[in-house]
Design a protein around this ligand. Structure first.
Ligand code: ZN
Length: 268
């Protein structure tokens, strides 16, 4: 391991034994949310411990679900730096070329028929997003942002669909399947403690191979397409392309245009 700083990006929908609730996703008033926070803390610890045991000297744990205040911070490995809260409008604060890799925990698939809690950013707002004509999820966009600093995605844990999408996007990424999806709010999960053991082993393997892993890039500029769930959202879309024109409206719900940086996706 030559670069000894790592980022663990912790979403919650992809954690073991997390299914949210019908019609609500994983909002804080659902009975499954408290468990998701507990398991998020455990999975983050498993990954952080694996990184430190592999020789890392700095690990950022980013609490990135919803408003960024989910994990039980007292229980996190005290060597970690904790990125949390909302309103900064920047992905991966402090990231630069000195980081050796991104560990994705609790991420979920982009919209597919059966994946557990599949969505992009907001299941109430967006139908899908595409880059250069191909469906992508939050994990791919985050990896693209890290890729601009030369930082590769090295590990992903999530349901079987999320893991399959990660493998399709990122050559050589190490993965752990936390659960098999049965429906949007249903799964057959691995035991949460067993999952943490597998994450520890998987992240150790990923850390050992991190130097060989490639950052995720798609070339610049690239075409970004977003389909909204409501016509008025598409009407109100303020994205601008590389010529500073509003994105083209391709149908009632959809906008697309060429942009230079994946960071622009968050400027809506
Ligand atoms: Zn989330």
């Amino acid at each position: 391991m030559t670069r000894k700083k790592f980022y663990i990006s912790v979403d919650l929908e992809g954690m073991a034994c997390v299914v949210g609730a019908y019609g609500k996703g994983l909002s804080p008033d659902t009975p499954n949310y408290q468990f998701a926070c507990l398991q998020g803390t455990r999975e983050a610890n498993a990954a952080a411990t694996a990184l430190f045991d592999s020789g890392a000297d700095e690990v950022y744990v980013w609490d990135c679900h919803a408003m960024g205040v989910n994990l039980d911070y007292d229980k996190l490995d005290k060597r970690c730096s904790i990125v949390m809260g909302s309103g900064m409008r920047k992905r991966f604060p402090d990231i630069d070329e000195s980081f050796g890799g991104i560990v994705f925990l609790g991420y979920h698939a982009y919209d597919t028929s059966e994946a557990t809690l599949a969505h992009v950013y907001s299941s109430a707002t967006f139908q899908y997003q595409k880059i250069n004509g191909k469906d992508v999820g939050e994990m791919q966009v985050d990896a693209l942002i890290a890729g601009r600093y030369g930082v590769p995605p090295i590990f992903c844990a999530g349901d079987n669909y999320c893991v399959a999408q990660a493998k399709e996007s990122f050559d050589g990424i190490v993965t752990v399947e936390t659960k098999k999806a049965l429906a949007w709010n249903s799964c057959i999960s691995k035991h949460p403690i067993k999952c943490c053991e597998e994450i520890y082993e998987g992240v150790k393997k990923a850390a050992a191979e991190a130097d060989k892993m490639k950052p995720y890039t798609v070339g610049e500029p690239f075409e970004y397409e977003v389909r909204y769930k409501r016509i008025e959202y598409a009407q109100g879309c303020t994205y601008r392309d590389i010529n500073n024109n509003l994105f083209e409206r391709t149908d009632a719900y959809t906008r697309k245009g060429l942009i230079m940086k994946p960071e622009h996706i968050f400027e809506f």
